[in-house]
Design a protein around this ligand. Structure first.
Ligand SMILES: Nc1nc2c(c(=O)[nH]1)N[C@H]1C(S)=C(S)[C@@H](COP(=O)(O)O)O[C@H]1N2
Ligand SMILES: [Mo]
Length: 196
């Protein structure tokens, strides 16, 4: 009996990882308070197994800019599909730094002290980006403005808000949530939520 009661779901289920629920809003998930970050004094520090470098906001804005539409999955079980961002591809950013071949992992650093770890393999992917606009507006402070990382294929705790540095590492180290029981990788379709 085809008809309006038997339409295909508008959102295909293969985009919603197991154990997740869709939300139309965009919840704010922050441990602690929102740091106030000034673009004029903003600095982005590259350290560790890399040619050390400090980039300013203007240095970042000279990199090619792209638009992105990506799904966003928080380990607390909400997912938001088709979030629209403007930003700089990680692969474009990698062209202006000189990472040593021995670097296999990264610690993401942020204003406010939050950290999260990611492997080079998970970081250097075409779909990852640094975002400074959300739905065509400057990225609001509570969502990580002026600049955050977005890693769509991992749980959103890897998408560091107020990012201000990358530390390149030979061996994996654990970030804030990872030291507190979250999975070291956090792939949502494999439900890599916790490390125990
Ligand atoms: N600096 C920083 N980045 C962070 C967090 C945080 O507390 N501090 N929370 C993470 C978590 S758990 C999630 S789900 C997303 C939430 O992003 P949103 O607040 O824009 O929804 O940011 C991630 N990045
Ligand atoms: Mo989260």
């Amino acid at each position: 009996m085809p008809g309006k009661f038997f339409q295909k779901p508008t959102e295909p289920n293969d985009r919603v990882p197991p154990g997740q629920y869709l939300t139309n809003g965009f919840p704010v998930l922050t441990y602690g308070s929102t740091p106030q970050v000034d673009m004029n004094t903003w600095e982005f520090r590259i350290s560790g197994a890399v040619e050390p470098k400090i980039l300013t906001w203007d240095d970042f804005m000279e990199l090619p800019q792209s638009e992105f539409t990506a799904d966003f999955h928080c380990v607390t079980r909400w997912s938001k599909l088709d979030v629209k961002w403007t930003g700089i591809k990680v692969t474009d950013f990698m062209k202006v730094i000189e990472v040593e071949p021995k670097a296999k992992h990264i610690m993401e650093h942020c204003y406010g002290g939050y950290t999260t770890n990611i492997s080079m393999e998970d970081f250097v992917r075409e779909e990852n980006f640094f975002a400074f606009k959300l739905f065509d507006e400057p990225l609001p402070a509570e969502h990580g403005g002026p600049m955050r990382l977005v890693v769509p294929h991992l749980y959103a705790w890897k998408s560091a808000k107020w990012i201000n540095g990358l530390e390149f590492l030979e061996k994996e180290d654990l970030g804030f949530w990872e030291r507190n029981g979250y999975h070291q990788r956090g792939e949502p379709f494999a439900e890599e939520r916790y490390s125990y």
